[in-house]
Design a protein around this ligand. Structure first.
Ligand code: CAA
Ligand code: NAD
Length: 297
């Protein structure tokens, strides 16, 4: 069960990175977006990132300029944009990376179940929703996994591969092998809320937000404390800006609805307020901090 042709739906923060690492891993990739301008933006981000990685490879002596350029061109040549899901019909694997909304995801998988060949494996990059519910909606639960990549996909080395009780053993093995081909180290997870990383990470982000709400420390001091005190590459509030305040809110609201008595899944009022004000983090230029591209102020 070899994965050679991959479809990725959603070419935003996560989707563009998944498209890129799949192409770097040698797959033909079709990137599907809802609108041309979003597709153009996603493809432009990929081009910038591929060029940056090529420059780095030369700097580090891992490739000559000619080799790096040829590799970058080959990666970009394997990527095709589309606005039509019908183009995914003969893919070996289709990965969904659209908005964190379970109803929207289920509707998408129901549609894909009718469009794609019987061989096609489906995967969701969801941060928090049950893989089993999307698998049921797709009509092919045996050929369904979670493939949870991390942001920024190009640099983070983990992929969580999530199986349900219905996932076929060969499908699971093929999904793990695909993760490895993308240059990632896969870990196996059961279909539990947040899998491994987000079950630990999101409650930690909530605690940081509640600390800020209470006025226990400034945002800068909370972030510096966790960077220098624990050796984390970024503090929790910078990280929330990085993930997207909207995505963080959708994760927590979904969990709160399902597990109303779990204190770790409280929705901080400050998060609701900032999202209502359109301050979604780095992607809108402001969240807890102001952002100019990668630069925080
Ligand atoms: N493509 C190519 N190159 C990139 C890049 C990309 N997408 N993003 C950054 N780079 C380059 C930078 O340009 C930089 O290059 P130079 O050295 O030439 O300047 C280099 O990579 C390193 O980047 P930074 O200077 O920003 O340095 P860094 O050492 O801080 O690394 C980081 C950045 C890897 C993001 C690091 O800060 C980090 O690990 N942060 C934590 C990220 C994290 O926790 N992610 C998980 C989020 S949770 C999640 O994803 C799950 C969910 O469901 C919500
Ligand atoms: P995003 O808002 O940056 O991107 C989503 C993209 O999907 C948008 O470009 C949108 O136009 C597109 N889209 C929406 N509906 C579509 C449809 N029906 N057909 C085609 N395209 C459609 O969001 P994101 O941060 O990339 O998150 C995507 C998924 O990945 C979510 O499930 C999220 O929980 C998960 N995730 C996010 C992170 C993170 O750090 N942001 C990390 C891991 C997983």
């Amino acid at each position: 069960m070899e994965i050679k042709k991959v479809g990725v739906i959603g070419c935003g923060l996560m989707g563009h990175g998944i498209v890129q690492v799949a192409a770097q891993g040698g797959c033909e990739v079709i990137a599907v977006e809802a609108q041309q301008d979003f597709l153009d933006k996603g493809l432009a981000r990929i081009e910038k990132s591929v060029k940056k990685l090529a420059e780095k490879a030369v700097e580090k002596g891992k490739a000559t300029p000619e080799q790096a350029e040829a590799q970058a061109a080959a990666t970009l040549g394997r990527i095709h944009g589309s606005l039509d899901k019908k183009d995914l019909a003969d893919c070996d694997l289709v990965i969904e990376a659209i908005v964190e909304n379970l109803d929207v995801k289920k509707a998408l998988f129901k549609e894909l179940g009718g469009l794609c060949a019987a061989k096609t494996i489906f995967a969701s990059n969801t941060s928090s929703f049950p893989i089993g519910e999307m698998a049921a909606a797709s009509g092919r639960p045996a050929r369904f996994v979670g493939l949870h990549f991390f942001n920024p996909v190009q640099l983070m080395r983990l992929v969580e591969v999530v199986r349900t009780d219905a996932t076929d053993e060969e499908v699971f093995a093929a999904a793990r092998a695909f993760g490895e081909a993308c240059g990632k180290s896969p870990v196996s997870c059961k279909d539990t809320p947040g899998f491994v990383v987000n079950r630990l990470l999101v409650p930690y982000m909530v605690q940081a937000l509640q600390m800020l709400e209470r006025g226990d420390a400034t945002k800068e001091d909370i972030d510096t404390a966790m960077q220098l005190g624990c050796g984390y590459p970024m503090g929790p509030l910078t990280l929330t800006d990085y993930v997207g305040l909207d995505t963080t809110l959708f994760i927590l609201q979904g969990w709160k609805e399902r597990y109303p008595n779990e204190p770790a899944f409280e929705v901080p009022a400050l998060l609701v307020k900032l999202v209502a004000e359109g301050k979604l983090g780095r992607k809108t230029g402001e969240g807890f901090y102001k952002w100019d591209g990668d630069k925080r102020s």
